[in-house]
Design a protein around this ligand. Structure first.
Ligand SMILES: Cc1cc2nc3c(=O)[nH]c(=O)nc-3n(C[C@H](O)[C@H](O)[C@H](O)COP(=O)(O)OP(=O)(O)OC[C@H]3O[C@@H](n4cnc5c(N)ncnc54)[C@H](O)[C@@H]3O)c2cc1C
Length: 385
C-alpha cells in the first residue's frame, strides 16, 4: 500500500488525539443532519472538516491531517481505524457522508491506470466531491454471481450500461464513482467501471432510511448509459485480476473500517451513560464497566484486523471476526444505553435514539454476520488463524 513503515502504537495514540479534536464539530450538527441529510453539503463550507479525513493521495491534498507537524494521508488501514473510530464517536452518519474517495478509492488504487487515476483524483481534488461504490442490486443483493447489471456492446461502437444498484452510500450526491457490471458470463465476467454521474441515462435517487441518515443511501439507475473502453478498470490486468478480485480486496480492507465505525458509535453511547450522574448511571454502572472492558478488547481486535489487511489484503479472516464482534457490541451498548434511562429515553435523549438506529446499519454494511462467519470458517480451515 505504501513504502513507509507501518504506524506504531505511540504514533497511533497521537493520531487518535488529533482526530478526536478535529471530529468534535460533527457532534454539534448530529441531530440536524439526522433530521435532514440534505443539510450536510451546506455544512462543508466551514462548519465541518472533510479534506483532512478524505484519504486523498499527497499530490491531490494540500491540507491533510497533521500529527506533530507531519502530514498523514491515511493510506494505512491501521491509521484509518483510529481516525474513523473517533469520527464515528462524534457522528458515524456524518463521517460516512463526508466527500472523498471512500470505498471507490480502494478499487481505483487496485485497478486504475495512470490516466484513470488522474481523471478520478483530479476531480476529487477540486472538492468537495462525493463518490459511489455500486455493487448491491435490488433483486440479488451483493451476490456477484447473480449480478444483473450489464455492460454490452453498443451499435456503432462503445458499450452500454444497464441495471439498478441499491443501498449505495452517497449515491445520489456523487459526481463520480466505481460501478460493477457483468460483461461476460461466469465469475470472471464482472468488471468495474469508472463512471461520472452526469452521463445520459444515469439517475441517483436518495432512499428513506432510519439509520446513518447522513450517508444518504441511494438507488442508482442506469438506462443505456454510454461507457467507453477507457472507463473499464483493470483493462491492463489479466482476467483474474479485475472486477471481483479488486472488490474482495476492497471489502477486506474496508471491513476493519466498518468495525471501527460500529465501535465509535458504541463508545459514544458508553460515554453518554457514564457521563450522566444520577440513578440511571448508578443502576447501569456494573454492566457499563463490563462494556468498557469489551470496548477495549474489540478495539484491539479491530486494530489487529487493520494490520492484517495492511499486510495482506487478500486475507479477510480477522476483518470478518472483528466485524462480527464490533457490530454485536454496538447493538448491545446502544440498546443498554436506552434502557438505562428508562421509559421515554428515546424522546428525552435524542442522541441515544439516534445511536440505537445507527448501530443497526453496521450489521448489513459489508456483509451480514452470517456471511462473515462463512469467511471466518474458511480462514480457519485454511490455517489463517
Ligand atoms: C449503511 C449501509 C451502507 C451500504 N453501502 C453500500 C454501498 O456503498 N455500495 C453497495 O453496493 N452496497 C452498499 N450497502 C449494501 C450492503 O453491502 C448489503 O446490503 C450487504 O452486503 C448485505 O447483502 P445483501 O443485501 O445481499 O443481503 P444477503 O447477504 O442476501 O443477506 C440477507 C439475509 O440472508 C442471510 N444470509 C445470506 N446468505 C447466507 C448464507 N450463505 N448463510 C446464512 N445466512 C445467509 C444474511 O445473514 C441476512 O440475514 C450498504 C448497506 C448499508 C446498510
Amino acid at each position: 500500500m505504501t513504502s513507509a513503515p507501518p504506524p506504531d502504537s505511540a504514533f497511533l495514540a497521537r493520531l487518535r488525539a488529533v482526530a478526536r479534536e478535529q471530529a468534535a464539530p460533527l457532534r454539534r450538527v448530529s441531530c440536524a443532519v439526522d433530521a435532514d441529510p440534505a443539510l450536510l453539503p451546506g455544512l462543508l463550507d466551514g462548519a465541518l472538516p472533510w479534506r483532512q479525513f478524505a484519504g486523498l493521495p499527497a499530490a491531490y491534498n494540500p491540507d491533510p491531517l497533521r500529527v506533530d507537524g507531519r502530514a498523514v494521508h491515511l493510506r494505512w488501514c491501521a491509521e484509518q481505524v483510529v481516525v474513523w473510530e473517533e469520527l464515528a464517536r462524534a457522528d458515524a452518519g456524518i463521517a460516512l457522508g463526508l466527500p472523498g474517495p471512500a470505498m471507490s478509492g480502494h478499487v481505483m488504487a487496485e485497478l486504475g491506470d495512470p490516466q484513470q487515476l488522474e481523471r478520478y483524483y483530479g476531480r476529487l481534488a477540486d472538492g468537495p466531491v462525493w463518490t459511489f461504490f455500486g455493487m448491491t442490486e435490488p433483486a440479488h443483493g451483493s451476490d456477484p454471481a447473480a449480478m444483473a447489471t450489464t455492460l454490452t456492446p453498443a451499435d456503432g461502437g462503445g458499450l452500454l450500461l444497464n441495471g439498478t444498484k441499491r443501498f449505495v452510500g452517497n449515491g445520489a450526491r456523487s459526481a463520480t464513482g466505481v460501478l460493477f457490471a457483468r460483461r461476460h458470463r461466469g465469475p470472471l465476467g464482472v468488471v468495474a467501471v469508472l463512471l461520472e454521474s452526469d452521463r445520459p441515462g444515469f439517475t441517483g435517487v436518495p432512499l428513506d432510511t432510519i439509520g446513518l441518515r447522513g450517508l444518504e443511501l441511494s438507488e442508482l439507475r442506469m438506462r443505456d448509459v454510454p461507457v467507453a473502453e477507457e472507463d473499464v478498470l483493470g483493462r491492463h490486468r489479466s482476467a483474474t485480476r479485475q472486477g471481483m478480485w479488486a472488490a474482495v480486496r476492497t471489502f477486506n480492507r474496508y471491513r476493519p473500517v466498518v468495525s471501527c465505525l460500529a465501535l465509535g458509535v458504541a463508545q459514544a453511547a458508553h460515554d453518554y451513560v457514564t457521563g450522566h450522574r444520577g440513578d440511571a448511571h448508578s443502576a447501569a454502572a456494573p454492566r457499563f464497566a463490563e462494556f468498557a472492558a469489551q470496548l477495549a478488547g474489540v478495539r484491539a481486535m479491530v486494530l489487529a484486523a487493520a494490520r492484517s489487511a495492511d499486510h495482506d489484503p487478500a486475507d479477510g479472516t480477522l476483518a470478518s471476526a472483528a466485524k462480527i464482534r464490533a457490530t454485536r457490541l454496538a447493538e448491545d451498548i446502544t440498546t443498554a444505553a436506552v434502557r438505562a434511562f428508562g421509559p421515554g429515553a428515546r424522546w428525552e435523549h435524542p442522541l441515544l435514539d439516534k445511536w440505537a438506529r445507527d448501530a443497526r446499519a453496521f450489521e448489513f454494511m459489508e456483509g451480514t454476520s452470517n456471511i462473515q462467519r462463512l469467511t471466518l470458517a474458511q480462514g480457519y480451515l485454511h490455517g489463517r488463524i
